[in-house]
Design a protein around this ligand. Structure first.
Ligand SMILES: [Fe+2]
Length: 286
């Protein structure tokens, strides 16, 4: 069975068929998948009937696994796998209900953010549930030269707690969310270059997001807000977006170093969504 790679849009993303991740992955197939990941930023490997163990083994091929920031909804015997779901059993949620409701790059609030995020779809709602992506290579490349010069060398300030960010709100659908974000108020903010050089491709990408970036190091608040608002407006243009419509048993992996993403929502209990999430740890951006 040969590996086939088909682009899913003109902006980014491809589907991959002819791969079975329930079996050991040989080096040449892995190399084809890794190349598709660098070329397309988002890969959707179709038709994967895999276990959490298989998903963890695949994740490890790309690097160390990043631990989740909650232990509440991980699979007990496989804590590298986090359950995302709106399902409720015996009155209790079975997974994280509303992960990623604002545009972001995973873990950019950490000193060493995530390299890649992997979601395996076990159940899709009949409507909605898309994952939206925006290509940050294109966002950077299409900035006017004057703005490129202005942001070169600047550092964005990234904050973990939503309560520190005037551009986002805490979801009312998630039980205990305000307490959760209050508990993260004490975490130190981190800074990352606004222009990130991708360590594998060498391309420049815009590395800020409305969810996590709250300021610019060394810049007065009003000036930073104006510049950030301009950059946020630009980076989320529809021209840079791809919206992934999930197939059951899709395994989707995306590159947090050169795109933003967001959960599209649009589905409601008892229309169930169930995904398993693993994360590849990254390097400090430069
Ligand atoms: Fe995310």
């Amino acid at each position: 069975m040969g590996v086939r790679v088909n682009p899913l849009s003109e902006v980014m993303a491809c589907e991959i068929t002819g791969v079975d991740l329930s079996k050991p992955l040989d080096d040449s197939t892995f190399a084809e998948i890794e190349k598709a990941f660098h070329d397309h930023q988002v890969i959707a490997i179709r038709g994967q009937r895999i276990s959490p163990e298989n998903q963890v083994a695949f994740t490890r091929r790309f690097g160390d696994i990043e631990p989740h920031n909650t232990t509440e909804f991980v699979i007990p015997e496989m804590p590298q796998v986090l359950v995302l779901s709106n399902d409720v059993r015996d009155g209790k949620p079975v997974g994280v209900i509303d992960a990623g409701d604002f545009w972001h790059s995973d873990s950019s609030h950490r000193k060493v953010p995530s390299k890649a995020t992997i979601l395996h779809s076990l159940k899709n709602p009949s409507e909605g549930g898309d994952t939206q992506f925006a290509n940050m290579y294109l966002a950077y490349e299409t900035l006017p030269d004057s703005v490129k010069q202005r942001i070169e060398g600047l550092q964005g300030i990234h904050a973990a707690s939503k309560l520190k960010n005037k551009r986002v709100q805490v979801s009312k659908d998630r039980p205990g969310a305000t307490d959760f974000y209050a508990s993260r108020m004490g975490r130190p903010d981190v800074t990352h270059p606004i222009v990130m050089v991708h360590p594998a491709t060498g391309r420049k990408a815009l590395y800020i997001s409305p969810r996590f970036t709250i300021g610019i190091a060394g810049m007065p608040e009003q000036e930073a807000d104006e510049l950030l608002d301009l950059l946020f407006d630009h980076q989320l243009k529809m021209d840079f977006q791809y919206h992934h419509k999930w197939h059951e048993n899709d395994l989707v992996m995306w590159d947090n170093r050169c795109l933003l993403h967001k959960a599209g929502g649009g589905y409601q209990y008892p229309d169930i969504r169930l995904l398993h999430k693993t994360v590849v740890a990254g390097d400090k951006p430069h």
